[in-house]
Design a protein around this ligand. Structure first.
Ligand code: ADP
Length: 291
């Protein structure tokens, strides 16, 4: 039995339904993993594959998809099972054909509804990954402290270990001291997608927006909205609908830069190059706001 036949047997077991798919179809487009669709004429499953050692990454993705699905707000693929087959870790989830027309208005309103799902603390019950970088989620009642230690500080330390010291480290350390002045509101711990760029949202055939490939945790909902704006934006109808359902608070524009700095530092750590000057420019802009 080869890997995909073994995975098909695991899907049959987990779903409680016989499943004998044809040879898989490969899907392109993922940044991190390879993906196949398994289909037997009755059902279709979307399966992501990677090295066996990365099973915890898929287990965290499974938990994130489940957490978002449980809110009953925006549609996400229902996860079925995770495991290791031969040399590969896998996650199997509901296959949702994407390619419907943009559903920006529904996406904005339904994301706001998801953000109303709250916890009593920031963080999450497990660590996960952002891209392929570890993302620590130790619980904390203090958002500023959480952002300082587990988001900004974590990426700045990683950058230093990757050789990005000097000005970036110095200005970064100063920024860490100024966080209370920059995060001058008291957000509630909302369930976040955590990696909400344009590549992780689509539209199902029935017009429902769908979000996938999450890096979930409970945090300031503005961090999700900020990320939607990082690589091009989701368009005015999305933001109007989000704000119509749950307005963002004054000061968001400044915090947007702070929250997106996390992702730019992550890009620096993953890809190097020009992201360093972009990170420094963002830090300078933030420090200029607080003196
Ligand atoms: P990666 O973790 O490698 O970045 P993604 O989860 O982003 O992979 O998936 C890659 C692509 O596959 C997406 O851009 C999307 O077009 C498609 N896709 C993701 N999940 C599903 C799904 N459940 N059903 C159908 N297509 C999907």
């Amino acid at each position: 039995m080869n890997d995909w036949q073994d995975i098909a047997a695991r899907i049959a077991e987990a779903s409680g339904t016989p499943f004998s798919p044809k040879a898989p179809q490969s899907i392109g487009g993922g940044c991190i993993n390879s993906a196949i669709v398994l289909e037997d004429g009755n059902t279709r499953w979307f399966v992501k594959l990677n090295r066996a050692a990365l099973l915890p990454m898929f287990e965290a993705e499974r938990d994130g998809l489940s957490a978002m699905a449980e809110t009953g707000s925006i549609r996400v693929p229902r996860p079925l099972c995770t495991g290791v087959s031969g040399s590969q870790a896998f996650i199997a989830m509901e296959y949702i054909p994407l390619g419907g027309r943009s559903a920006a208005v529904r996406a904005g309103a339904e994301l706001a509804a998801m953000h109303r799902a709250a916890s009593d603390r920031f963080g999450w019950h497990r660590d996960n990954t952002i891209g392929s970088t570890p993302q620590p989620n130790d619980r904390s009642a203090d958002w500023v402290e959480f952002w300082r230690r587990h988001r900004l500080g974590f990426q700045l330390d990683l950058a230093a270990r990757n050789g990005h010291r000097g000005r970036l480290s110095e200005r970064g350390a100063r920024l860490m001291e100024k966080l209370p002045a920059l995060i001058d509101h008291a957000p509630m711990p909302s369930l976040l997608h955590g990696d909400l760029w344009g590549g992780n949202i689509g539209t199902a055939a029935d017009g429902a927006p769908v979000i996938f490939d999450p890096a979930c945790y409970y945090g300031d909902r503005e961090a999700d909205i900020a990320m939607t704006e990082l690589f091009g934006g989701f368009g005015a109808p999305f933001y109007d609908a989000y704000n119509g359902a749950w307005p963002l608070e004054p000061g968001y524009r400044t915090r947007r830069t702070l929250y997106n700095l996390y992702h730019i530092l992550n890009h620096l750590n993953l890809f190097g190059g020009g992201y360093r000057s972009q990170a420094e420019t963002m830090i300078d802009r933030l420090l200029a706001e607080v003196g």
